[in-house]
Design a protein around this ligand. Structure first.
Ligand code: PD2
Ligand code: ZN
Length: 284
């Protein structure tokens, strides 16, 4: 396995001591040819004052995605969210997808919608080159975010979802709420930041790569609006209070292209969802 050269190790320590931002250091390393995920790991190491991970994992850049074993609790019929017990309705191994029932109660779904309604704005996506958020036809929905633990209801849901996803609450981004009207869709995409896109650098620099997503359905949909995984022919129909949970970054930092997914057009009615994205490290 290749090692990070002494020069780079000194460069990292010097730049950190000079007060350079993590983002600029990751950017410089990527500019010099490093894999963005590896760069963000060593920059985080030096920023935390810890040991540098000097072994550069070749597997991050090349090779087929290695599916990690599901943790034992994910192999059961139920998942414990602390204050709610979810039922596993479907499990797909490649890509790793779970469909969970009973994640939110009907009352909780309705309350989240009431709180989000007045804050909705047209949704954006990350521009692959600049990394800036932009409005594009690929994603026709209105949305808003809650900050982590924004109020007591949101804090309760953040904690429950973190427990179901088996990750620290702080690794989660704030909950995003989306509303799709008739014709609204989110065309197939990856939730991870493609490492080869220059625009990914600034997103990965904070908290690392996204590792998993939970999309929770806050409403039933009269017709259409399924979450689809086109490369494996999997369709998950929205059901109020249920969720689809999928994982696409393993502990080696590899990303799973089979996790390509989208929100199919709503044909009748409206679709409300809540999305939680989880990072490799502390995000909030
Ligand atoms: O609305 C969906 O079903 C959906 C599909 C794919 C949402 C997202 N991705 C997302 O929020 O990332
Ligand atoms: Zn998505």
């Amino acid at each position: 396995m290749p090692e990070l050269s002494k020069e780079w190790q000194v460069w990292l320590k010097d730049n950190h001591a000079r007060g350079c931002s993590a983002e600029s250091m990751v950017e410089a390393m990527v500019g010099a040819g490093f894999n963005v995920q590896y760069a963000s790991v060593v920059v985080a190491d030096v920023s935390a004052g810890g040991e540098l991970q000097v072994a550069v994992p070749v597997s991050q850049v090349t090779g087929e995605y290695r599916y990690e074993d599901w943790p034992p609790f994910l192999l059961g019929n139920r998942l414990d969210g602390g204050d709610a017990l979810a039922t596993v309705a479907l499990r797909c191994e490649r890509p790793q997808v779970l469909v969970l029932d009973g994640v939110l109660s009907d009352e909780e779904c309705d309350e989240v919608i009431v709180r989000a309604q007045s804050k909705l704005r047209r949704s954006t996506t990350v521009d692959p080159l600049s990394g800036e958020e932009s409005v594009i036809a690929q994603r026709s929905s209105d949305g808003t975010f809650f900050t982590l633990n924004e109020d007591s209801l949101i804090a309760r849901l953040d904690a429950r979802i973190a427990r179901l996803m088996d990750c620290p609450v702080e690794n989660g981004e704030g909950l995003q709420i989306l509303r799709y009207g008739v014709g609204g869709e989110y065309r197939p995409h990856f939730d991870y930041f493609p490492p080869t896109d220059p625009g990914s650098v600034k997103h990965i620099a904070k908290g690392g790569q996204r590792v998993a997503t939970m999309v929770i359905y806050l409403s039933n949909v009269t017709q259409g609006g399924a979450t689809i995984f086109p490369d494996v022919g999997l369709t998950v129909n929205p059901r109020k209070g249920s969720a689809v949970y999928f994982r696409y970054t393993n502990s080696h930092g590899q990303i799973d292209p089979l996790s390509l997914h989208g929100g199919a057009p709503v044909e009748a009615g409206e679709k409300w969802i809540m999305t939680k994205w989880v990072r490799q490290r502390r995000y909030s």
